[in-house]
Design a protein around this ligand. Structure first.
Ligand code: RP5
Length: 165
């Protein structure tokens, strides 16, 4: 069974944002798992989950963490599957710390880091699906249709308020 693993750091406080990621995968009918696990608070649970998920068929890992955000990097150390990192807002630096922690990986250990907050959560789902679509024609067609809908929405939104001379 192919699926996407979403790991949320050891706090339910990330869920409000990350459910947007899960909802986006669901909208496209992409199977996923969603768990809370922490690089710092539950390192063994994180290790065991990643190893188990790989064996069960997870193709991509999406990791969300705030503050000293090491989760995505810790997961990247455990797997050669693609890892997408979603930095969470909050804390004294409102996410700048999490963004730098997630993006600044040493060479050879990539984490594909997306934007802070809700846009990042949604884009993590899209990026994971774009990876899966490389060998899933149906998913690729759905993503192409989604782009067309987005483009049409720009036109209809503009038509509602547009002023031209
Ligand atoms: C990280 O610190 C979590 O990923 C969360 O974004 C942040 C705050 O966690 P809590 O203090 O709300 O548990 O561990």
């Amino acid at each position: 069974m192919k699926f996407v693993s979403i790991i949320i750091m050891g706090s339910k406080s990330d869920y409000e944002v990350m459910k947007e990621c899960a909802n986006t995968l669901e909208k496209f009918g992409v199977l996923h798992e969603l768990v809370i696990s922490s690089a710092h608070r539950s390192p063994e649970r994180t290790h065991d989950y990643v190893k188990g998920a790989e064996e069960r068929g997870s193709r991509v890992f999406i990791c969300a963490a705030g503050m000293a955000a090491h989760l995505a990097g810790a997961v990247a150390a455990l797997t050669t599957k693609p890892v997408i990192g979603v930095p969470m807002k909050g804390g004294a630096m409102d996410g700048m710390d999490a963004m730098l922690s997630t993006v600044q990986m040493p060479s050879g250990m990539p984490v594909a880091t997306v934007a802070l907050g809700k846009a990042g959560a949604v884009n993590a789902a899209y990026l994971a699906m774009q990876m899966l679509s490389l060998d899933d024609k149906d998913l690729m067609v759905k993503l192409q249709e989604d782009r067309i809908l987005k483009s049409k929405k720009v036109e209809s939104d503009s038509a509602d308020i547009e002023v031209r001379l």
